[in-house]
Design a protein around this ligand. Structure first.
Ligand SMILES: [Ca+2]
Ligand SMILES: [Ca+2]
Length: 104
């Protein structure tokens, strides 16, 4: 799965093998440079959905951000979780990645 590796390397700006909050936001705001398409979004989503449940849940956001700061997780969810069920579906993730009018 080299492509997944590359996507995450490209997001992991300071190369510490952990996507930090600021890197995540930078990637979100500058997503066009990643040339996101459905295939890449799907791969990225699968990579983030550690337990393969079909949703990105709070604990997965926590792991992704490398922080257990509840406020940070709540903030991410408040942006991405548009149907407010407490987890991020593929559709919500996809909307986030491709929505050109999206601003943090
Ligand atoms: Ca999951
Ligand atoms: Ca949701």
């Amino acid at each position: 799965m080299e492509e997944i590796e590359n996507i995450f390397k490209s997001m992991d700006i300071d190369q510490n093998e952990k996507i930090e909050y600021t890197e995540f936001l930078a990637a979100m705001m500058d997503h066009e440079k990643f040339e996101m398409n459905d295939e890449k979004i799907k791969l990225a989503f699968k990579h983030l959905d550690f337990d393969d449940s079909g949703y990105i849940e709070r604990r997965e956001i926590t792991k992704l951000m490398g922080t257990d700061n509840e406020a940070v997780v709540d903030y991410i969810l408040s942006i991405v979780d548009t149907d407010k069920d407490g987890k991020i579906s593929f559709e919500e993730f996809r909307t986030l990645m491709i929505n050109e009018s999206f601003h943090v």
